[in-house]
Design a binder for this molecule. Sequence first.
Ligand SMILES: [Zn+2]
Length: 344
Amino acid sequence: MKRALALSALLLVVLEGASATGRLGPQPELSHSLPLEYLPPNLQALVEQHEAAALPGEPAEHLQGLYEKLKRWRPGTTLQVCFFAGKPLLRSRIANAAREWTKHGNLKLEFGPSNAPYDCDSTRRYQIRIDFRYQGVWSMQGKGSVQLAAQAGPSMNFRGYHVAPPPEPEFSRQVLHEFGHALGFHHEHQNYEGDCESEFDWPELEKRLAFDPGWSPDQVRANIRRLNDDGRYQAVGGFDLASIMVYPLGAWAFRRGESSPCYVDEPNYVLSDQDEETMRSAYPDDVAVAEAERRDALKDLRAHVEKQSLGKDSRARSLEVLSMMARENVKARRVVEKLVEVTN
Ligand SMILES: [Zn+2]
């Protein structure tokens, strides 16, 4: 059970008027025309396989949190961002919106010249690769963008923006939100200090989400149910209803409707003070301290794996996946190939 819950936080990502099976369909009124997020099935499967391989057994909650921290980029990094489609103007708008994040904390986003943002091509390696032609609005989380998603494909998608982008401020809101995931952040309603878990109207969620994207009750729970205190959130200042990472579901989603402390009547369109603080905390100026924390996290995770009664192969695989996660210049496909090999 814990494994299912642990995975759930990784699966959320945005679906916009389309089903998991690929058909375009009518969109239920989820909220303020907010698209529901989730990853394409192949990437979602990789996320699940990755976590299962990295953390076999029943890891303690704080270890789950350490695993999440390892997915963040190394502070001081300049992330290269490219586009598979879209005109320069659209690309520049996305770049300008996303750069709000990197006004805080020690991380940069490099999109290329403003009149000609980078094309995704094979001449160099890009950490964040944006497309508009897949279903949904979604992003891989943190380094999953390179360690799980292949260079040849997107790590982030804004469906249809190259044809008809949403108007402002929704445009910037979605860009900021997805880049929040790409920088390694989760939905704020997953924050254990918020207890949105007990606020949700689960039967209603199951009913509405069964229609589109067509989830079973188990999938609804696996995708929406939040984790308790597992250390995976920044939680630098408690639950923050103003966060850009709040998932603004409609009042219908909550037992107490609009009275729920997890309900927002308007989506948040800009970074909150706490989002900015979270960015500074996740990407501090002192890279040496951050690196020491990362090494300690890896040590604890490895110690956990060593203690598990595992077969020789799964122990070796777990240790390898963990050590690859800790490296910045990991060969993405090496991890993926390993996982696929195991699955087959
Ligand atoms: Zn999201």
